[in-house]
Design a protein around this ligand. Structure first.
Ligand SMILES: [Zn+2]
Length: 322
């Protein structure tokens, strides 16, 4: 997918750059030491020729003896190198190449496949590009507090189930298997918080996540369609291709025939491809039915798992705490 591949190839370029930089720094350090100490220079030169000597020794009739001799000499050279470095005021590791990641030497790969550092970097970049901004840093499952839902025992018990279901959804996320979700309920009930927490987990599992406000998304569709200069799918491909699409605040946008048709196309195309969507709305089922065509609401309420959010506006409750 173009959206994910761009991120991946940009990161690999950055890895190439930081690896080369680390290697150049180590070479410069080595060159400075060689200039200071002729003995260090001689040891370095001798050690750098070991590989070729071993190769040639492997072809000699008395190869075992020759290889053993080279190995012994190598050990002596290495030991003496440590002593010379100490005389110059350095530890052995000071002359090493200092990669950011010791596991993969900044290549992004180990013998076991993709390195954890590269996985983490891709996830971070996905989140930066996801549209969530700082929300994903602030909102996690761990800091989703249920204390604001304690106005009734029923609400609390209900929201405990919603939180558990959201956690499970994020943990088990599969871009071809996971269902689409509809988070429904008044403002300030934690819908965006849970979406951000899901986005975070899904991105760290290596999937592409796109988080968008409904209005911003329809602006992209409109700009692509009605303004010159945009190629087909240039602005909107990401809405169709991301592994998980999260649409925030559906219903708050300016609704017209064009936006309804775009929404239907998007929901339908993703459904056919089996790609999940999470939709957040402050409107109840009846209001959504009034705003959108039946063909949309029948899909939302027929195919999506609907999670009503219950309670009192958390932002208002937090204000009362100050
Ligand atoms: Zn690594």
């Amino acid at each position: 997918m173009a959206y994910g591949k761009d991120i991946y190839s940009n990161i690999l370029e950055e890895y190439d750059e930081k690896r080369e930089l680390a290697e150049r720094k180590a070479e410069a350090f080595d060159a400075a030491l060689c200039a200071r100490s002729p003995e260090y220079a001689a040891i370095t030169k001798r050690l750098s020729g070991i590989g070729v000597r071993l190769l040639l020794a492997g072809r000699a009739p008395d190869k075992e003896a020759k290889i053993a001799e080279i190995r012994r000499e190598t050990e002596e050279l290495r030991a003496r190198r440590i002593e010379v470095l100490a005389e110059l005021g350095y530890k052995e590791e000071d002359a090493d190449v200092h990669y950011e990641c010791a596991e993969c030497s900044d290549t992004g790969y180990t013998d076991n496949g993709i390195c954890a550092c590269l996985k983490r970097k891709i996830a971070e970049r996905q989140l930066e590009n996801s549209g969530l901004g700082t929300l994903c840093k602030r909102c996690s499952f761990d800091n989703f507090s249920l204390k604001y839902y304690g106005d009734t025992q029923d609400n609390l018990a209900h929201m405990e189930k919603v939180l558990a279901a959201a956690k499970k959804y994020a943990q088990d996320f599969d871009p071809m298997e996971s269902r689409s979700l509809l988070f429904i309920g008044g403002t300030g009930l934690g819908k965006t918080h849970l979406c951000a927490a899901i986005a975070r987990e899904v991105a760290f599992a290596g999937y592409t996540v796109l988080y968008t406000g409904a209005q911003a998304m329809f602006n992209d569709f409109s700009n692509e369609r009605f303004r010159n200069g945009y190629a087909p799918m240039e602005l909107t491909e990401k809405y169709f291709e991301s592994d998980l699409l999260i649409i925030d605040d559906l219903g708050a946008e300016a609704i017209n025939q064009f936006s309804v048709s775009c929404l239907y196309d998007l929901i339908n195309t993703r459904m056919v491809k089996g790609k999940p969507v999470i939709i957040n709305t402050n409107f109840d089922a009846n209001s959504l039915r009034e705003k959108y065509a039946d063909r949309i609401t029948s899909r939302l309420f027929g195919e999506y798992s609907v999670f009503p959010f219950k309670g009192r506006d958390i932002r208002a409750q937090k204000l009362m705490e100050i």
